[in-house]
Design a protein around this ligand. Sequence first.
Ligand code: SF4
Length: 461
Amino acid sequence: MSMFEDIPVDVGVIYEGERIRRKNMQVELGGPKQETKFELVRAKKMDEVEDEKITIIGPDLKDLAEGSSVPFGIYIEIAGKNVEEDLEGVTERRIHEYCNFIEGIMHLNQRYDIWMRLSKKSFKKGLNSFTHIGKVLARLYKSELPFIEKIQITFITDPEKIKEMSKQALEIYEARDAKARGMKDEEVDTFYGCTLCQSFAPTHMCVITPQRYSNCGSISWFDGRASAQVDPKGPVFAIEKGELLDPEKGEFSGINESIKQKTLGAVDKVWMYTGFGYPHTSCGCFEAMAFYIPEVEGYGIVDRGFKGVTVNGLPFSTLADSGAGGRQVDGFHGISIEYMRSPKFMQADGGWDRIVWMPASVKERVKEFMPKEAVVATENEAKTVDELKVFLKEHSHPIVQQWKEAPVEVTPTAEGEEAMEAAAFPVSTATVAAGGFRIIFKNAKIHAEKVIIKRVDKAKR
Ligand code: SF4
């Protein structure tokens, strides 16, 4: 029976992490096949929001062809006496969590990059309208985030409307991101942590500082502060910086204590500004992956939107899967695009002097923030590592001087769409607690059709 009587499918945390393969999907909303997609939350005045109103612009779920992939947008307006603009980012990030509570819905990524699937099974059960999804979201939002007093939700599948609204959404994301630029980590006593991705990556915790944006690129230091103020026991919380143990690498005693506690001891040390040693953990929602290229001793960067293969012959999906899951993997480092604009970006590794390759579209997005002398090849200058070596030599990249040292070995894993999904649903370290014991599976990938948990009869035992 459903948690909500008027909703045809079940709703609950047990559905988080549910994967819907292409062959089992009724319809795909957004995702890699669609250029335009977005999700956006805006803070509004009380009289601007009609509580629990659900609007659909374009074809509804039941009108979309089975197996099709369509452009998609979710626009949520919230109001309440404590609702403020700084709460938009964290409220928006909850779309991911709450959609995944719905049986037969898979939601991945964030902002301009959302990817949803509806399963055939849930469609057949009657989940054939966005109205059902809207009702669930509205109820969960109001019960989980009490600062939301009124909420109205619009689902958009009309391509023209999506184009128009996604343009506005991009401007709003940029304004949010720009707010923390110029602030320094040294200027604050408190950082913020987020464990929203632990349902997929149990040993992951984002540490959000003014100069290191969250991996998903959706939660700034200001967003973290606003969220921790209204919901201090929620998944976004304050971290006292504590003692600065290493200014170059970015090690703080407060961060170490916090991650140790939040990951049940699986991770006990984090260096914020490096991809080696004890790097910030990578979940599966990162916007981009920094990957070490041993042949040139520099980092390549690839974002989720890059469709081709990178300079080392591997696509985003494979590289993402190599570092995802809450792990600290040397040379595979999940990052946000906004972190690339930070003066502390990969500081301990040499910053921009260590970056050698990235897609032209990413370079365009961050070029204003790159040092003038930075030399970075794109797919237009180097398609292979050999071409990259020539480019770096010809342009006197600072890394060339270090080429005498021995390269570091790194090993990537799976490929293709499966890997893309796997990166978002990894089980690198799963913790199971029962009967006074805790079993930790490290770097395991487990497939089970069904998990049965039975109470053990003491007499029989
Ligand atoms: S990527 Fe980080 S900040 Fe973003 S939702 Fe996941 S844990 Fe939170």
